[in-house]
Design a protein around this ligand. Sequence first.
Ligand SMILES: [Fe+2]
Length: 308
Amino acid sequence: MEKDTVSLLRLALIQTASLGKALFPENHLLVVSRFRVSSPKIPRAFDGARILQLSDLHGTRFGRHNARLLRKVTAENPDYIFMTGDMVSRTDRDHTPFFEVAQELGRRFPCYYIAGNHELDMPPARLNAFYGRLSSCGVSVVNNQTVRLRKNGGQILLSGLCVPLACYPEAKHVTRHCKFTMEEMDRSLGKPDSGGYRILLAHTPLSFEVYARWGADLAFSGHVHGGMIRLPFAGGLLSPDRRFFPKYSAGVYERDGCRMIVSRGLGSGFFGARILNPPEIVAVTLSSGPEWAGKESEFTRHRKDVHL
Ligand SMILES: [Fe+2]
């Protein structure tokens, strides 16, 4: 593409973003999207367990010291909080807005974090200091690790995946891009043993096929920011790798017995604005019962159908 055309496109995007911020006040809203996930593999001890997912904060502040975000999260009284990456942006010099959140939530709730592509783009020394600070806040960094969540004698496995930066098509500071394969998945987390309900945290939803084949029962992703602009009936418009109408942009997806919840995220990222796409906290309630996943509001109707 001609250099001038690229510059013009870039200018048009920046202007759309600025206009979006001014015309669409939902950029400053904060909504909670509620889902219910039910499976016979979920132990009875986890019936009603509440998970909150925060994703793609990109160093955004909601209120002074992020008080509005903290109030919303605390009001949900979660059993677990999952932070699925890009909580800061690669260009941020100051990570205070995120650590205001991490410090308070790490003190009050069990929190688990995985890195997104923006964190992985930091110089190694800076990234290690970032992980160290997170751990000292009481947040468990679970990059390529599996931990057990225990509740009243039952347990669920939680695996955190750190997708290598080179597997993000939009990554700039890599010598060679790669595709995220099953081999890479096994190298990162090992082969899952049979039995037990397994939750996977994976920043990008792009490799859903691999997560499902690997054996995840429920995956939490973000990265796509809901497609930046959400169009009625068509969904998300643009992905971070500048593709139109990304396959996974928000809500629940299903494949080979695996459910994936994709958060629309909290910040704006490179585009700088969200249009018809308010910042989102995802709240999931687990149920021990027949396989099902969807909006909480649809669950009662589904349960009625099952018991007819
Ligand atoms: Fe992001």
